[in-house]
Design a protein around this ligand. Structure first.
Ligand code: TRP
Length: 338
């Protein structure tokens, strides 16, 4: 086991249901990686509170996120699944990382700029500003080699690499410099109603967003009423620029059924958009039916779920505590006597 490379990723417990964009963009990769890697996956509740959260909802959503990760196929025997706030070393290492990150460097993070612009700069918290630095700590604590994330997180992984390299240079070799692990073809899923924007939980209309825990019938309906491209004749062909709607559906079907897009183009040659939509609607409804049932099973037994998370936190802490102790030593903190 320890000879396997380490992978680490985090998912926010903010939305309730995972959506198709985060599932195909990142979460689905977690399952494959638990076989080939010593994998750590966490529900990042510390990150969640960088924007206002209702406390009761946050608690519920944290369990829902964990249940969905298990429903996706994460096996607690194969990987370490835990909740970020159960491992206090995250906040502790984040402080040290805050102190070696440049203010200008942090100011260049595009996700912060986007999020704070949306909220109004006065409402954005310091926590939101330092969000990427907490993420740096998440990754470095576990000496992760690989960070499976969506394309939107690439800059945060780059920051992690910069900071790890800087720390190692200044204080001696301490951290593994991680690589992002981004699945190119399926990294980007677009809104069903506006395929020029990424699928996201803040979709302009709920019709554009596929939530995996929604009623499967409603999801099938959304797929069938997805915007397609008004060219004549209506051919099924992948072309992000001139046919963004159809291309998005092809990307989704390709990812969900592990079929190359070229094969799908052939399959639908000579047909209009209808058969593609009908097939994809069925594939999605089937998938969501199983996913929802599995998630609900875990949520129906919160004691077992909490036990899985407690075990995960224990395994995570063993690794995190070691890295933190070494870091504290490197920066010159006087060891506490026990
Ligand atoms: N910022 C990530 C996101 O929004 C979540 C995250 C937090 C994460 N810590 C992480 C991802 C560490 C990878 C590694 O998707």
């Amino acid at each position: 086991m320890p000879s396997q490379p380490r992978a680490l990723s985090g998912i926010q417990p903010t939305a309730g249901s995972f959506h198709l964009g985060n599932y195909l963009g990142a979460i689905r990769q977690y399952v494959a990686l638990q076989e080939s890697h010593d994998a750590f996956y966490m529900v990042v509740d510390l990150h969640a509170i960088t924007v206002p959260q209702d406390p009761a909802e946050l608690r519920v959503n944290t369990r829902i996120a964990a249940a969905q990760l298990l429903a996706t196929g994460l096996d607690p025997e194969l990987c370490t699944l835990f909740v970020q706030s159960h491992v206090p070393e995250h906040a502790q290492l984040a402080w040290v990382m805050n102190c070696i990150t440049g203010f200008g460097e942090a100011s260049r993070m595009t996700q912060f700029k986007d999020k704070s612009a949306k909220q109004g700069a006065d409402r954005a918290t310091v926590g939101l500003f330092t969000y990427p630095i907490l993420q740096v700590a998440d990754i470095l604590l576990y000496q992760a080699n690989s960070v499976p994330v969506g394309e939107d997180q690439r800059q945060h992984v780059e920051l992690t690499r910069d900071i790890a390299t800087r720390f190692n240079g200044r204080f001696g070799d301490t951290f593994t410099v991680p690589d992002p692990h981004i699945l190119k073809e399926v990294a980007k899923i677009y809104d069903l109603q506006d395929p020029s924007v990424k699928m996201s939980k803040s979709a302009p209309t709920p019709k554009g967003l596929v939530n995996l825990l929604d009623e499967p019938k409603a999801t099938a309906k959304k797929i069938k009423s997805a915007v397609t491209d008004a060219d004549d004749p209506a051919v099924v062909r992948f072309d992000r620029d001139t046919k963004p709607g159809v291309s998005n559906l092809l990307t989704i079907l390709s990812a969900m059924t592990d079929t190359p897009v070229a094969d799908l183009e052939k399959r639908y040659e000579g047909s209009m958009y209808g058969p593609l939509k009908t097939d994809l609607a069925e594939v999605m409804a089937d998938f969501c039916t199983g996913f929802k049932a599995r998630t609900e099973e875990y949520l129906g037994d919160p004691e077992t779920l909490d036990q899985i998370l407690a075990k995960g936190a224990e395994k995570a802490r063993a690794v995190a505590a070691e890295t933190l102790a070494r870091t504290y030593d490197r920066v010159g903190f006087l060891p506490a006597k026990h």
